[in-house]
Write a protein that binds this ligand. Structure first.
Ligand SMILES: Nc1ncnc2c1ncn2[C@@H]1O[C@H](COP(=O)(O)OP(=O)(O)O)[C@@H](O)[C@H]1O
Ligand SMILES: [Mg+2]
Length: 362
């Protein structure tokens, strides 16, 4: 589907021009079947300017070293596991990596408690199986199997939610680089360029702990929360601008005050202390991730665009913030009220925000 009509184009389509310019400028050695060199993949993720003047937008904002480790892992025989709390861009980074390395981010297995073995290995087209018996034509390859055959990157989302016996299906694939097909007395061997990027949520620990056999096949990289307010405001502003463009909303002015407020509130509640370090606050039960801040601001922009004057104001984000903070109606409401009265109320220049919050939660 085209970039213009898809509600959410794949990374390789949305950033096709950047990838093309990078490939043209890239004269460093590329691992087998990679579209770009590791250096160019890192530049795609971190952003930069190319000799021909093309500006590569940053996709990931964070330590350069993390990106270097992540990209170089993919060039080894170990798979990559991105670990972190929700909203730290694990899925986002995984998609962009696959797009940059293989030109295809769609070889994806979504991990859930119900993910069947077929999603990791292969299944059968039953109509064909019944008429012709087991054959290559009757076999339905999983995204992982296709990635093996084509020498591309396969993505496994939320690996630890997948039942342990299905996870174990990955061990042979990652250690022997082959997928046996006993029904046909054959196998699919991985072509050079094949690798796996898995993501897992820190908070899911214990749901289905990775077996140590499987964990050994992965190089684990932890994606941190944004280090500073500035970094987080930057991340939110960029993403909101992008989303706003595809939703045809008015652009929020650069580093808008309201974005800074959302980020400040989220960081203070998350961290349990005000930005100046002076006042302790209680943390609510939700994660208050960067991803949630992005959606609060995007919803606020939609409100401002359709029911306001197009300018993002305190009243447009108050309800969104309340929704993100108060997950557990009893305990979180108390936490929020206390924060509102002890921190927000006293803060200089925040009167409008205080009033707007009081209006949505009297
Ligand atoms: N460090 C970061 N750099 C760039 N974008 C980020 C960063 N952290 C969060 N984001 C944004 O927040 C969202 C994270 O969502 P996602 O990748 O689904 O998180 P996760 O998979 O870790 O739960 C993405 O839209 C991404 O743009
Ligand atoms: Mg995710």
């Amino acid at each position: 589907m085209s970039v213009d009509t898809a509600l959410r184009p794949h990374a390789e389509d949305a950033f096709a021009h950047e990838l093309k310019a990078l490939a043209a400028a890239d004269d460093r050695p590329r691992p087998a079947r990679w579209n770009l060199s590791p250096w160019a993949v890192a530049t795609y993720l971190l952003g930069g300017e190319l000799p021909d003047g093309t500006v590569v937008t940053p996709k990931y904002v964070g330590p350069r070293r993390i990106v270097e480790v992540v990209v170089s892992t993919l060039a080894t025989d170990r798979a990559l596991l991105l670990l972190g709390v929700p909203g730290t861009a694990k899925t986002w980074v995984s998609e962009h990596l696959a797009a940059a390395v293989s030109g295809d981010s769609t070889l994806l297995v979504q991990g859930t408690a119900g993910t069947p073995e077929e999603a990791v290995r292969y299944g059968w087209n039953y109509a064909r199986l019944l008429t012709g018996g087991p054959s290559r034509e009757a076999l339905v390859p999983s995204p992982v199997m296709r990635a093996m055959a084509e020498g591309r990157i396969a993505r496994v989302e939320e690996l630890t939610r997948i039942p342990a016996d299905v996870q174990d299906g990955l061990i042979t694939i990652l250690s022997e680089k082959t997928l046996p097909i006993p029904e046909l007395g054959t196998e699919t061997q991985a072509v050079r360029g094949f690798n796996v990027i898995a993501t897992a949520n820190d908070r899911d620990r214990g749901v289905n702990e990775l077996s140590s056999a499987l964990r050994r096949r992965f190089n684990t990289v932890v994606l941190p929360l944004p280090a500073t307010v500035e970094e987080e405001v930057d991340i939110v502003s960029r993403r909101v601008r992008q989303l706003g463009r595809s939703l045809e909303l008015p652009a929020a002015p650069e580093g808008a005050d309201e974005i800074r407020r959302v980020v400040t509130v989220f960081r203070e509640l998350r961290g349990g202390v005000t930005a100046d370090g002076r006042t302790k606050v209680k943390s609510p039960s939700g994660t208050l991730s960067t991803a949630e801040a992005i959606s609060v601001v995007t919803n606020g922009l939609a409100l401002a665009a359709h029911f306001g004057d197009g300018v993002l104001r305190a009243g447009d984000i108050a309800a969104g913030i309340l929704g993100a903070v108060v997950r557990d109606p009893a305990a979180d409401r108390v936490v929020w009220q206390e924060y509102l009265e002890t921190v927000v109320r006293e803060r200089e220049g925040w009167k409008d925000f205080y009033r707007a919050c009081r209006e949505v939660a009297p």
